[in-house]
Write a protein that binds this ligand. Structure first.
Ligand code: SF4
Length: 547
């Protein structure tokens, strides 16, 4: 079978893989490569493009093959896109007529509408086959006339990741697409069963891609115009290429080989970030971890985040769920990443930790939340920086222990209070510490236009930037921080053209506020900074003003 094929991206989010825009998951690229290998011309469409323009269904109908990739196994909230719901996937299965229809990705593990709900394995009608296991391999087997199933095998997927790299240029966010790069699959903590809620141990013990394979893919993506990369598809980047055992020591030379090869393959890349980092690896192997963090910082771009799956500060919950690290280990790891990555480049810290909490795990009590709050207060008091605190309710999947052992629904009020505590008592002072007034954020790209436009920098967990101006979507601008929200900053485009700004934006200037805005507007135009200062006083944005 050959002809024209569509990949319909319903987006994926897994513990160690993100594919919600502006991220493009590795699945899409390897599937594109496998299709090309069978002689298909490949077109790419996102679920959001289809929602906006349902008439595009006609293009799907006219194709020979449709491969839909979807599935969210960790609950999240997204600005750049909305993952396909189960209803939408079923509708596509039934309403698209014409091509053979295949469905693959983590949707095969089950579906839940949001965190706090069990993910149930569903029979999804309307598709000709469910691609079981690794989508590209299952697809290749299917197209060769075999069962639509197959386990990951890098010797097969690596060439497809190169052959399918060109699909990046069809992404609606191109060239601001963040290419999620895979370096490993599976988790060493799985040696003792893994964390109770996590689906990564389904992939077995870690297998690593070679640095050459990753660099080959990066070179192909780069040749097609990609400039933003995240080495995010692995449970622990520090353990890249490490030896056996549940908590292997980092081998800095392996990480050096990987990152220098990526840099050589994409010399003018704009973003190179990381994601998951196991705090236990850092706490248990401090010297090797420090050296490896330095390697990453030498090669990456600043504003990077090492995401720690902490889940809880309660030792009883750690024990009940076989979690990888206890609170003291996480605290130590936060300190180490701050020491190695807290310095600023391009105005933002090089590399900061992020913390994930998962609520509703077995063994949780009301006191668990007290301990979580005390832990975060300790981090704040110690003067440490954390880029963001992520709080989710567990989404239990069949086959994980959390599927039958959890405390979902038992502490709802306390859970909400905990979230409120973090938003008001932790997030705000942390943002003030990480992004002080006057910080100029480079290359903020507007994703949502409105009287208050929202944008983000390309990167791992970029801060949400509210700009009190109507800016067209996709505008890219530097912006100076003038205030903070709970989980966002307010910023104005740089240079701040004081004589042109509308009053609704002038009021956000530090030192102006609601009180002086009328006076500032009345005295415009200002000829120079001194004239402005006479009315508004001096402030941290003086250096980026233009008259
Ligand atoms: S350490 Fe735990 S949460 Fe992280 S990938 Fe392994 S099993 Fe999953």
């Amino acid at each position: 079978m050959s002809g024209s094929a569509f990949i319909l991206d319903g987006y994926v989010d897994e513990p160690a893989c993100l594919g919600v825009p502006p991220y493009l998951s590795p699945y899409i690229r390897t599937v594109a490569g496998a299709l090309a290998g069978h002689g298909f011309t490949v077109r790419y469409l996102t679920i959001d493009q289809l929602r906006k323009d349902p008439l595009r269904t006609a293009e799907l109908n006219a194709s020979d093959l449709l491969v839909m990739i979807a599935g969210v196994t960790v609950p999240g909230k997204y600005l750049g896109g909305t993952p396909a719901t189960l209803t939408e996937i079923q509708q596509i299965g039934h309403m698209v007529r014409g091509p053979k229809k295949l469905l693959g990705g983590p949707i095969g593990l089950g579906y839940a509408g949001e965190g706090g709900e069990k993910a149930v394995r569903q029979v999804i009608g309307g598709f000709d086959a469910l691609l079981s296991g690794e989508p590209a391999i299952a697809l290749d087997n299917y197209l060769a006339g075999n069962d639509p199933a197959g386990a990951l095998d890098y010797t097969r997927t690596d060439p497809w990741s190169i052959a399918g790299a060109g699909v990046v240029s069809q992404h609606p966010d191109f060239p601001y697409v963040m290419c999620e790069l895979e370096t490993a699959r599976g988790c060493s903590h799985g040696a003792t069963g893994g964390c109770s809620f996590c689906t990564e141990p389904f992939y077995g013990m870690p297998r690593y891609r070679t640095a050459d394979a990753v660099a080959g893919e990066v070179a192909a993506l780069y040749a097609h115009g990609a400039r933003h990369f995240r080495v995010g598809r692995q449970p622990d980047i520090l353990a890249y290429g490490a030896g056996a055992g549940e908590y292997p020591a980092p081998e800095p030379e392996n990480v050096e080989g990987l990152f220098s090869a990526i840099r050589a393959a994409a010399p003018d890349l704009k973003t190179l970030h990381i994601d998951n980092t196991n705090p236990a690896t850092i706490a248990r192997h401090e010297d090797a971890a420090r050296e490896t963090l330095r390697v990453i910082i030498r090669h990456h771009t600043s504003g990077d985040v090492a995401a720690f799956g902490m889940e809880t500060a309660d030792p009883a919950v750690v024990a009940a769920n076989n979690l990888k690290a206890n609170a003291d280990e996480v605290f130590r790891a936060i300190g180490i990443v701050n020491e190695e990555g807290g310095m600023r480049r391009d105005n933002v810290p090089e590399l900061l930790p992020g913390i994930n909490f998962v609520c509703g795990l077995a063994g949780e009590t009301e006191q668990t939340y007290d301990l979580n709050e005390q832990f975060l207060a300790r981090v704040l008091k110690a003067g440490l920086m954390v880029r963001r605190v992520n709080i989710r309710q567990v989404m239990p999947f069949e086959g994980t222990r959390a599927y039958t052992e959890n405390t979902l629904g038992k502490h709802e009020r306390r859970f909400k209070k905990f979230k409120e505590f973090v938003r008001t008592k932790i997030d705000l002072p942390m943002l003030q510490r990480v992004f002080p007034l006057g910080t100029v954020l480079r290359d903020v790209r507007v994703e949502v236009a409105g009287d208050l436009s929202f944008g983000r920098q390309p990167g791992s967990y970029p801060i949400l930037v509210g700009i009190p101006l109507r800016l067209p979507e996709r505008t890219v601008t530097d912006a100076v921080v003038v205030d903070w929200g709970m989980r966002s900053v307010t910023a104005l485009p740089v240079p701040v053209r004081i004589n042109e700004l509308p009053a609704s934006a002038v009021r956000w200037l530090p030192g102006v506020g609601k009180k002086k805005v009328a006076a500032v507007i009345a005295k415009r135009p200002f000829g120079d900074l001194a004239a402005y200062r006479k009315v508004a006083g001096g402030s941290v944005v003086d250096g980026v003003m233009e008259f």
